[in-house]
Write a protein that binds this ligand. Structure first.
Ligand code: NAD
Length: 248
């Protein structure tokens, strides 16, 4: 990744932080994007990036705001003259059976996870088209590849991200832009922090490898998809899920 620059959204913690550190450790300049309220975490990510010998910068970005994505891409272009990679990782969860799901919660999950990824891809593709292409990696979920009881809104948002990933790949492959997704199983990170042990066991039941995943294990896949090592791979939703999707 030496000589490359790009961005990671939701990089103040968890999987996003691990992606930023992994990319920077391989030589990339990484713009660490997250909410204004998450800047303490973002500063800690920057510290870890620098500790890993990499370079980075902070940028406030609420992924529900189109203008924040434009400003984020502009920041990378101003620094580097190209947007080589972008990880659309920011996301939120929410539990409830379908018929019990509050409309406001459904709308919020779709706004951040699905619409946020669409808005990111839209700005990033525009930036990449003018500057030699690039690689986009969306954080979907194995809940983007199958249903998971009691998280219907989340499942819908992540299936939507897989759809956007495929369309981005089809529409911009010829322009040198690759678009892929990682689909993590249950990972020891923010989204599972407040989940009860009992529910964690239930979610983990499909794991053939009987443990939680680490953010670094997802970051390794995202790093590969951002790098030229995956130069012939596009439109893929890659499970990083301990075998969950293989069946149980
Ligand atoms: N943890 C898991 O088990 C797991 C499994 C599959 C997929 N994922 C996905 O991985 C991604 C990261 O999850 P995590 O577990 O690391 O969670 P996390 O809570 O540690 O990280 C999410 C980050 O997104 C940021 N964020 C939230 N709303 C935002 C917004 N509107 N604009 C910008 N940033 C915003 C948060 O501030 C936070 O830093 C999410 O997309 C999540 O759906 C997580």
């Amino acid at each position: 990744m030496k000589g490359k620059a790009g961005l990671v959204t939701g990089a103040a913690s968890g999987i996003g932080r691990a992606c930023a550190v992994a990319l920077a450790a391989e030589g990339a300049h990484v713009v660490i994007a997250d909410l204004a309220s998450a800047q303490d975490g973002a500063r800690e990510t920057l510290r870890l990036v620098e500790e890993a010998g990499g370079s980075g910068a902070l940028q406030v970005c609420d992924v529900t705001r189109p203008e924040d994505h434009d400003a984020l891409c502009a920041a990378v272009l101003a620094h580097h003259g190209a947007l080589d990679f972008a990880c659309n990782n920011a996301g939120i969860g929410g539990h409830g059976l379908l018929a019990d799901t509050d409309v406001a919660l459904f709308d919020r999950i779709i706004a951040v996870n699905l619409r946020g990824t669409f808005l990111g891809m839209r700005s990033q593709i525009r930036a990449m088209l003018g500057h030699g292409g690039g690689a986009i990696v969306n954080t979907a979920s194995n809940a983007g590849l199958r249903g998971v009881r009691e998280i219907g809104a989340y499942v819908a948002s992540k299936h939507g991200i897989v759809g956007l990933t495929k369309n981005g790949a089809l529409e911009y492959g010829d322009a040198g832009i690759r678009v892929n997704a990682v689909c993590p199983g249950v990972i020891e990170a923010g989204l599972t922090e407040d989940v009860s042990q009992e529910r964690k066991q239930e979610l983990m039941a499909p794991h053939a490898i009987k443990r939680l995943g680490l953010p670094t294990e997802v970051a390794a896949a995202a790093l590969w998809l951002c790098s030229d090592d995956s130069s012939f791979v596009t439109g893929v939703a890659l499970p990083v899920d301990a075998g969950s999707i293989a069946g149980w």
